[in-house]
Design a protein around this ligand. Structure first.
Ligand code: PMV
Length: 326
């Protein structure tokens, strides 16, 4: 075995947005998600001379050992699960995590951190033990599965869409429990992603939708069906490059999400501002209640929409291209 003293490996993972289908995806309807490469989480594994595993996450001012972490801690969980999957003892390394993905804002920060840590550990142990996957580390499907286990800690019934789009880093048409389906983006399109600045844990929104679904299954099944139809039709338009039609579907999805009770005044203010400035469509993205919203823009409307979003209170706006050079 090679000398692994002072050995360091880094891996990273992008953020993501859900274009169509959040919440309904938990109930088996299709959803579309795309990676957002402008924000990323990274994990560095550094060998240690002592036996400890140290978790160092300076962005959240956290420094602890794996042994002292609570059993349900997400960082400790991804480390333990990944080591178990790799068949190696969790010992003798530091995990340093950095992230530019805002937390609890619908950009997949939790899943991105899990994917980055699992990917980095896979590469690290592949290198130090010269395992069969030495050059590439673990397959994306395994990394996605591990991150999914941690998603369950964030909220009890995750659909799996976040870990899938982030681990594979490509647009996905996602149906819970089905194999990953990617699709062709025939013509690139541009989104403005605006942050309400309100941290809103997915768990609460998902739990509230569940209570309402339990109280009125007939209504909520219909809402979910309508969302699923929008996601399906959106995929057809994206594959045809008929981007002009997408905006209307996004705004229709926003109305359905508001009916489910997961929008908010702040989100709606940003949606209205974007539409007023010429966006083709706009909706919340992710769990809702706060977090981020997305607006479909063109070269002509992009600047006006970004300005309008900032004026309407957005804490920051990221412009990202889907399907082209980002
Ligand atoms: O808030 P986010 O980005 O984690 O997105 C959650 C998406 C939901 O559909 C609301 C939940 C899920 O598990 O799919």
């Amino acid at each position: 075995m090679p000398d692994n003293s002072r050995f360091t490996v880094t891996a990273d993972a992008p953020g993501k947005i859900i274009l169509f289908g959040e919440h309904a995806v938990v109930y088996g309807r299709p959803a579309i998600a795309v990676p957002v490469i402008q924000v990323r989480a990274s994990a560095t594994i550094e060998s240690r001379a002592d036996d400890a595993v140290v978790i160092d996450a300076p962005d959240i001012a956290r420094m602890s050992t794996l042994r002292d972490a609570p059993a349900d801690d997400p960082l400790a969980t991804i480390i333990r699960l990944t080591c178990a999957r790799l068949g190696v003892p969790p010992e003798k390394f530091t995990v340093r995590i950095r992230s530019t993905i805002p937390v609890a804002s619908g950009l997949g920060s939790g899943a991105a951190v899990s994917v980055a840590v699992a990917r980095a550990l896979g590469k690290y142990f592949a290198s130090v033990t010269l395992a069969p996957h030495a050059s590439v580390g673990m397959p994306n499907a395994d990394i996605s599965d591990l991150a999914y286990e941690v998603e369950k800690l964030h909220h009890g019934t995750p659909s799996g869409i976040d870990n899938t789009v982030i681990a594979f880093e490509q647009p996905v048409y996602f149906v819970r429990g089905k194999p990953i389906e990617s699709f062709r983006v025939a013509k690139p399109f541009t989104l403005a992603i605006a942050d309400t600045g309100i941290a809103a844990p997915t768990k609460i929104a998902v739990g509230d939708v569940r209570s309402q679904w339990e109280a009125d299954r007939e209504l909520f099944e219909k809402l979910f069906d309508n969302v699923g139809t929008l996601a399906h039709n959106a995929r057809v338009l994206i594959e045809q490059g008929a981007i002009e039609g997408l905006g209307g579907l996004m705004t229709a999805n926003q109305i359905l999400l508001a009916t489910m009770g997961v929008s908010s005044l702040e989100i709606q203010r940003l949606v209205d501002a974007a539409l007023g400035a010429g966006a083709l469509g706009a909706k919340l993205s992710g769990g809702g209640r706060g977090g981020n919203m997305i607006a479909l823009v063109t070269e002509v409307t992009q600047d006006a929409v970004v300005r309008a979003l900032l004026k309407a209170g957005a804490k920051r706006v990221i412009v990202t291209m889907v399907g082209g050079r980002q």
